[in-house]
Design a protein around this ligand. Structure first.
Ligand code: ATP
Length: 290
């Protein structure tokens, strides 16, 4: 039976020497979503995406992608499209050469889809990749990943280098591609506005650990902004509190006076702030213990 999960991590840990990039991460992401992976610099986002694409292996724990070990074999590689952070392309090859190479390397290559998207975004097939703008490079890299007709597209900060207009166009193409392919997608981003625009599933990763994960709509419904001391509301988890304002999780908050809905940005910042505090405390106690 086909697995309902695109990513399934159990106690997934990755160390680079003594540096911990991911620690004991558990994650179950169902198919059919556009997943936004957010977190501060150095949180472990690229590490998680590189593990998912099979570029690196875990130190311990397990990760399965579409039900198999990442990059388990050629057939599995064809089911996953990965666009790395720096959209690597061959500078001296033309746009058309990239499409030819894609066709040569991928048995399920959809040339018609690739040529149509190249035309739609206004790329000249004869242009050398090294002379493309950042936005054009990103569009070409996404087209190459999507023309494999993968079941899962993974993007590591796909639009980081783009101006706001190019970014909006890129994100729009991404949603169209995912819809057309009937695929799932996971993208990391620092730009919460991008995540808000396209993602229906959120993973917040801070300090090497998953802080929260779930469908955006459910997360927004289960978290609340409250004014005053959250300790007075029974049955909620306080995610973050400062200067008489708080973000809490739990339906009991709905009945509290001065409770209101949170925005995606408030929710993400609450988890990031909590992690910054707990991370600092645990690093301090580790230092004392040594
Ligand atoms: N090849 C490597 N060798 C050693 N340490 C690494 C390597 N790659 C990542 N790290 C470390 O692992 C941690 C997580 O890095 P990672 O690149 O996954 O974070 P990130 O969330 O993608 O950050 P950013 O948002 O800045 O891209 C960091 O402390 C980083 O220094």
């Amino acid at each position: 039976m086909e697995t309902p999960l695109v990513l399934h991590a159990e106690r997934l840990t990755k160390r680079y020497g003594r540096r911990v990039a991911l620690a004991d991460c558990d994650l179950m992401i169902p198919r059919g979503h556009i997943v936004g992976l957010v977190g501060p610099n150095g949180a472990g986002k690229s590490t998680l995406l590189q593990l998912a694409s099979g570029l690196i292996g875990p130190t311990s724990g397990t990760l399965s992608v579409l039900g198999s070990r990442p990059a388990a074999n050629a057939a599995h590689l064809a089911r996953v499209g990965f666009v790395a952070q720096d959209t690597p392309l061959y500078a001296s090859l033309s746009v058309a050469d990239h499409l030819k190479m894609g066709a040569w390397l991928n048995p399920s290559w959809d040339l018609a889809l690739a040529e149509r998207r190249i035309a739609e975004v206004g790329l000249d097939p004869a242009q050398q990749a090294g002379r493309l703008s950042g936005g054009q490079r990103a569009q070409l890299a996404m087209t190459i990943a999507a023309a494999k007709r993968p079941e899962l597209l993974i993007f590591d900060e796909p639009a980081a280098a783009l101006d706001p207009l190019a970014r909006r166009g890129f994100m729009h193409s991404l949603v169209e591609f995912v819809g057309e392919l009937g695929a799932s997608a996971v993208l990391s981003s620092h730009l919460l506005s991008d995540v808000e625009q396209v993602c229906d599933y959120l993973v917040v990763l801070c300090d090497s650990r998953i802080q929260v994960a779930g469908p955006v709509r459910e997360l927004l419904a289960s978290h609340h902004r409250v004014i005053g001391d959250p300790a007075t509301i029974a049955g909620v988890e306080v995610i973050w509190a400062e200067h008489g304002r708080a973000v809490v999780r739990g339906d009991a908050a709905v009945r509290a006076r001065d409770a209101g809905p949170v925005t995606l940005e408030e929710l993400v910042l609450a988890y990031m702030s909590r992690s910054a505090v707990t991370g600092a405390v645990s690093r301090e106690s580790a230092a004392v213990a040594r």
